[in-house]
Design a protein around this ligand. Structure first.
Ligand code: ADP
Ligand code: ZN
Length: 758
């Protein structure tokens, strides 16, 4: 027998090796093996077992590295799909589905010495006072870590050894799981009685689970790929529920239905929403009762050891539910039946480095391969997903009202142009917002102010000559940070002292000013305008320390903060009953970005932020300050009208042939020498023209300087391909990408279905 192996080194292809007779039966797809490569020994993963190879004289596999195969066959197929669709080397796709912490040969469980009480036989031997004391403590605990025992009693190791000699206790090495949530006390929660819309959603998902079972589709079925290509697919649901409509309860009961049918579940949430609060809601439901199971948590802040343990708990089938950020989509859940992607519209599901996969799209593909039911949930679905639902590819489930029968908040849009006309300069707070904040402070209610820009001011600008301080390495203006009087580049991190006078040699004016507003400046203005209010800022500058996020939210919850100012960090998923006012300081910030999704992003952000208001007994209010108050993204958000926004935005996408009517591949060329980059870009364009046969289906644009023309001293040029059939396109281009020879100092990256167009 022959094994086809992806090696964990850059090779871009799979190689065949003989399976020695003694390993036969132990090597299967997903097994990690060591094989010879030239004179080296390297590790790789078996992707396929073949009866024979077309090639003569194969070398044998040297060693099976891990006992259990760490990648399930369907995840392996997923890795191959990622390599093909996102145009990346197979070994990189493989690294992505199998984290470093698990792959490392020395990765293992943590063992600790424990002292265990042995059953007593006959007479108690004579003991010293010290020994008696120690034995007493062991009797109380029956078993406890050695280190803890020594600390509790102040005794030395020799005392414990003496007790061991006398046959009273034993010292054993025991696996101890690293559980980052171990110390939390979690109270079990019971399912809530569902409202009608929720019940309908759970019902639909449950019947979806039943069709999986009834279809006789075996989980290990080797024909999953064939099924996927035949279009025999598992159902995908789009759960469109307004903020506060109780989507989480639907997820929980859908998971229960999956567990009842012997299947596991993966829940993806954006990293930022993966708070203790969120995790607890899932743990609380499944920590007792007949469906009791461990809930594994995967996110980027886990230590390597914690990741190893979580991963193996899943692989061993002890954790049937996985909740995590983007990469949790690769978790080796046994008998996977349900994949939930919460906030499916979130751009953070896209990985911004190779492989540039989108976890929501990968989820849909994995659902098809397993097969498993997929549920995409959002208050503001992406246009792509909603389009799919409209055209019958997904099944639309709607939760039109808030679960607790509370009203949606009232949204007022304030035209800042009026403020501009009536005063000197633009105030940070319009009179309306100022008045509304005062009212809340008097009533002892809480306020959230949102601004999508950290720092103090967006730019340092001379009011006399117009000079703006720019980063020397990037084509962006510096952001002024008050603390330490620094100018900071948000692209490359370059930092300089802020000048006291205008640096323009022909000017030198001392009245250099700060244009544009950042969160720091809002904070300062608040303190000045409302001296008695307790104000707290929350953005990535504040959150340098790991626990700060938790601490601030706890303080806010406890009512020790009146006004919370922050970036999108506070826009998502938080639930504070006493927040009755949300102010959006500058709604236009996202609107004018050079991105065809700018309006969609703005609509989503406004809706999400507005959803933070009025989650308690008092009706919420939202004040949106804008210089383009009649923009559709703002007006539809004001009326909570997703459908209306969709209808008008989809029209624009159709006319311009943008997604969801096409798929985009964005090619970026970058290098330090601008002329060279330009030259190579023009060459790539000509090559693409000859290689893309079907120009009916495809639109080719560029090369043009990227909106972010220069970053970290690299010049950047874009080429954009839009096509109706991406998989066919990447298959056509793959051989050419593979052998493409670029000058050493020019780099090409390919981003399929890009989210960031800068
Ligand atoms: P979403 O995720 O859709 O924004 P949540 O799941 O956070 O909404 O639910 C909002 C609130 O409504 C939560 O406090 C939740 O406990 C409550 N809730 C959800 N479903 C029900 C229900 N069927 N009956 C009563 N309260 C519910
Ligand atoms: Zn820079």
């Amino acid at each position: 027998m022959v094994a086809r192996v992806i090696l964990e080194v850059a090779l871009r292809k799979e190689l065949d090796y003989l399976i020695p007779p003694e390993w036969e039966g132990r090597v299967e797809p997903g097994t990690r093996v060591e094989v010879p490569l030239g004179r080296r020994k390297v590790c790789g993963l078996v992707t396929e077992i073949l009866p024979h190879s077309p090639l003569p004289r194969l070398k044998p596999i040297l060693r099976v590295v891990a006992g259990v195969s760490l990648v399930t066959p369907s995840v392996l197929r997923l890795a191959r799909w990622i390599a093909e669709y996102y145009c990346c080397p197979a070994e990189l796709a493989l690294r992505t589905v199998l984290p470093e912490a698990v792959r490392r040969p020395d990765a293992d469980w943590r063992r600790r010495l424990h002292v265990r009480l042995l059953p007593a036989h006959g007479l108690l031997p004579r003991l010293s006072a010290r020994q008696k004391e120690v034995l007493h403590v062991v009797e109380e605990h029956r078993s406890l870590p050695l280190a803890e025992l020594l600390q509790l009693t102040g005794a030395g190791l020799s005392t414990v050894r003496r007790l061991e000699d006398k046959g009273l206790v034993e010292i054993v090495s025991q696996i101890e799981e690293r559980d980052p949530w171990g110390r939390e006390q979690i109270l079990p929660s019971a399912p809530l009685p569902l409202n009608e819309a929720q019940a309908r959603a759970v019902q639909a998902i449950t019947s979806g689970l039943d069709t999986l079972a009834a279809g006789g589709m075996t989980v290990e079925g080797s024909s999953a790929e064939a099924r996927a290509e035949e279009g025999v697919s598992a159902p995908v649901f789009l759960l469109h529920g307004v903020t506060g409509s109780g989507k989480t309860e639907v997820y929980l009961q859908a998971i229960a239905a999956a567990l009842e049918r012997g299947r596991g579940a993966i829940v993806l949430v954006p990293e930022i929403s993966l708070t203790p609060q969120t995790v607890e809601r899932f743990k609380a439901r499944f920590c007792t009762g007949p469906l009791r199971t461990l809930v594994a948590v995967l996110h980027s802040h886990l230590s390597a050891g914690e990741r190893h343990d979580e991963w193996h708990k899943i692989r061993q089938g002890r954790a049937r539910i996985v909740i995590g950020a983007r990469s949790a989509i690769f978790a080796p859940v046994q008998n996977l039946g349900l994949i939930i992607v919460d906030e499916e519209h979130e751009p953070t599901y896209k990985q911004e480095e190779t492989p540039r996969y989108h976890a929501r799209d990968v989820a849909v593909v994995r659902g098809r391969l397993e097969p498993a039911v997929v549920v995409l949930g959002s208050a503001t679905p992406s246009l792509e997903s909603y389009h799919n639902a409209r055209h019958g590819k997904y099944t639309l489930l709607t939760l039109p009202e808030r679960a607790d029968a509370r009203k949606m908040p009232r949204v007022r849009v304030v035209d800042m142009r009026a403020a501009l006309r009536s005063q000197r300069g633009v105030p940070i707070f319009s009179p309306q917002l100022r008045e509304a904040i005062l009212q809340r402070l008097e009533r002892r209610e809480q306020v959230i102010l949102f601004l999508n820009r950290r720092g103090y001011a967006s730019a340092l600008q001379c009011s006399k000559c117009g000079y703006v301080a720019h980063c020397p390495h990037c084509s962006v203006a510096f952001t002024y940070h008050r603390a330490g009087q620094r100018l900071l580049c948000h692209i490359c991190g370059e930092s300089q002292d802020a000048p006291a006078t205008c640096p323009n040699p022909r000017c030198g004016d001392p009245a250099i000013r700060y244009a544009g507003v950042g969160t720091q400046r809002v904070e300062e203005a608040l303190v000045r305008a409302f001296p008695r209010a307790r104000v707290q800022r929350m953005d990535s500058d504040i959150l340098q320390r790991k626990d700060e996020y938790r601490r601030i939210l706890a303080e806010f919850r406890a009512g020790r903060i009146d006004i919370l100012v922050g970036t999108q960090m506070i826009a998502k998923g938080l639930h504070f009953p006493n927040v009755t006012l949300v102010g959006i300081v500058h709604a236009d910030l996202t609107l004018h970005q050079p991105d065809f999704r700018a309006a969609e992003r703005t609509f989503q952000l406004l809706t999400q932020v507005a959803g933070r208001a009025g989650r308690g007994d008092v009706e919420g209010e939202v004040i949106v300050q804008s210089f383009t108050p009649y923009h559709p993204a703002i007006q539809y958000a004001r009326r909570h009208d997703f459908e209306g926004f969709y209808e008008q935005e989809i029209e624009f996408r159709a006319q311009l042939r943008y997604p969801p009517f096409t798929r985009v591949a964005l090619l970026t060329l970058q290098g330090r020498n601008e002329e060279k980059v330009q030259f190579v870009a023009a060459h790539v364009r000509r090559e693409l023209e000859t290689r893309i046969p079907d120009r009916e289906e495809t639109v080719l644009a560029g090369p043009a300087p990227a909106p972010l023309e220069r970053a970290r001293s690299y010049y950047r040029y874009h080429l954009m391909i839009r096509t109706r059939r991406m998989l066919r396109l990447v298959r056509q281009l793959a051989p050419w990408f593979d052998q493409l020879q670029l000058p050493e100092d020019v780099r090409l990256t390919v981003d399929v279905d890009p989210v960031n167009l800068l």
